[in-house]
Structures are given as C-alpha cells and as structure tokens.
Write a protein that binds this ligand. Sequence first.
Ligand code: PMP
Length: 404
Amino acid sequence: MMDINKIRSDFPILSRKVYGKPLVYLDNAATTQKPICVVNKIEEMYYTLNANIHRGVHYLSQQATDAHEAARATIQKFIGAKSSNEIVFTRGTTESINLIASTYCRAFCQPHDEIIVSAMEHHSNIVPWQLQEEISGVKLRVIPINDKGELIIEEFNKLINPRTKLVSITHISNALGTVNDIEEIIRIAHHNNVPVLIDAAQSVQHVPLDVQKLDCDFLVFSAHKVYGPTGMGILYGKEEWLNKLPPYHGGGEMIANVSFEKTTFNELPYKFEAGTPDFVGSTAMAAGLDYISEIGLENIVEYEHELLEYATEQLLKIDGLKIYGTAANKSSVVSFLVKGIHHYDMGMLLDRMGIAVRTGHHCTQPLMDLMQVEGTVRASLAFYNTKEEIDQLVAGINKVVSMF
Ligand code: PMP
C-alpha cells in the first residue's frame, strides 16, 4: 500500500553510509529523520519570510504571522482539537509537562495532594512532579505494571482517591512499546473528577489521535519525534483548563498590558508563549504533519505493526535473546538483551556495522530498576524502515553473539 522506495527517497539521510556501510536507522523513538519537505520549509521560511511575528505591521511580519498561525491550525486539525486556542507551542514534551506541573500545582494543589503517574514513565514525566513535591508539597503515586509491561488497572482504581489532583501518563512507553489503555484511564479518572495529561511523545507518530474523542484534558508531544524539527513541541489543553491556569514564563507576547503597578496577561494561547515564537519550527512541524497525513496514519499503523511482528519473530530466534515488554498491545519498539552481552557492547558493535540502536536506560531508570536490569538495547521502527533492515539487525546481533 505504501511505496517504501519513494518514501525512503524523501529522507536523504537514509541513503548515507556510516563506517562505509549503509545506515540502518533503528533509533526512531529517540528522534525521527526529516523528510525533504520539512527541511525545505525551514529554508523557505528563512529565505523568504523571515520577520518577527505578531508585532509588525509590515508585509513580511504579517506573512510570517499567517504562516505560524496556519501551522497552529494544522496541528489543531491533526489531533482533533476543538479550537486553535488550545494549541500552545513549547520547546517539546519536556517543556510542556514542566509547564503543566508548575502552573497546575500552583493553581490547584495543596500539600499532600497527589499526582498519579505510572511505573513506565519517561524521566520527563517524573522529575517535573518531583520538583513540585519540593515546591508545592504534592505527593507522587505510581501505577504498577505486570511482567509483560502492562499497567495494572485494578491498582490504578485503588490509587485514585479524593486527594488525587491529576493523572499524568504516557500513551506509549518509549522503553517497552506498551500501548496503554488511555481511554479506560481517562474514563476512571473523570469518573473521580480528576483531569488527565497524556504524554503522546511516542504515540502521535504511530496512532491517529483525536483529543475530543479521547476527552483528555492535556496532551503533549515533540515535533522532532513526528518527522519535524528539534526544539519545537505542543501542549494541547482544553480551553477551560488553560484559561484557569496561571502563566508559566513571563515576557513579551504573553501580556495584554504592562505597567510597574500591574500587568495583565494575553488571551489563549499567547498567555503561555512568552518571547519570540519559533515560527520556523512551527511551520516546519506542520509540513512534517502534512507529509504523514498524505501517507495516511492508518497505512503507517498497519505497516509498522507488520514490521514489529516480523522483528519480534526474527529476534526471538536468537539464542539467549530476551525481549523486555511483551504487552498484548504494542507499538514498534523492541527492547532486548542477549544473555551474557552488555547492552552497551551490543550497541557499540552494531554501530560499527552501520546499525543505529539505542542502549541504556532510555530515561526510564525506575522502570529499569523494576525489571532489574541496568539498561536494554532498543530497536525502534518507523514507516521508512524495511524487513531487510530487520534482517540486517538480526544478522548483526548474531555476529556479535559469535564474537562473544
Ligand atoms: N516522554 C516520552 C514517552 C518520551 O519518549 C520522550 C523522549 N524520549 C519524552 C517524554 C521527552 O521528549 P523530549 O525530549 O522531546 O522533550
């Protein structure tokens, strides 16, 4: 259904060599590669539309403003938000979560109130809340997982209580590939009048999302993992919530009126966008989203699932290889270890063969502790990967095994 050769030709980096060998890029959960249209958009913005936005009356400034706001509308449409006022540009998932942790706790939390996260969270959905433990006195509660790496929903039901102020949870685990049943989490949380933040850093590029259908209160993701530029991210928040939150950063753009006596703040979404906006990043991000919309996320889901099944099947044929994360519902991430071989050695030796995988704790140290490993080797697949590349990975691992 998808023309993989054509798709691969849209990503020039995929045809480069490393150490004289064709690159096999299997580190897509860390960051995805960029199609030509995204890089072209960056060039076009700087060469033809560069001007500071929102403030100027001149032609260029207005054109750049229009392009930035059109990008916001593209993102709104991509995730099914009701209004473009609900789309706040940030520097990435990490900044988006920090924004909510800081402003939400400031507005709504008292000492001993509780925030629920899960055992499989990325550090960026743990540490901002821990900072708030110090600042606001909130307490972090953790939903446990089973041996397959799936959330134990009954335990979530037990954890939620009148002190619970927010549930902040990942949709898809970057370390295990588990796809969490966020519909059920949101249903339970809302039944208890608790809002939910979804960390969609690993899902927005793999699963079609509709924030209105999901009914999540906040949803965050990074452009660089959705084939877009680095340094750009999104905070989606229901308008009623964003209106109730205080500003995060202060400065230009986010104000209505400033005097030394009293400053009033801008309306949404600008209240949360202090300083010169990254209009190059936003427009390049929108170009990336348009690109995947054209291919069709449904096609991407189907193809990536096929790749995941093939990779799982082939990897399990390797003697002594154990996969970490065997949830019934998984996205295209395979974390593994081979008995007797340190993850770092495996990663380094694969690298020499041109195969890029990630090794280590994947910014999920509490999860690694739980699984009693220091780290894993992670191959994470995107729709431009092929079964041949998986064969190369398997051959590479077998070669490393034979060396040891
Ligand atoms: N959450 C998850 C699930 C992630 O995978 C990542 C990135 N690995 C992040 C948050 C943080 O994203 P960023 O570094 O782009 O802010």
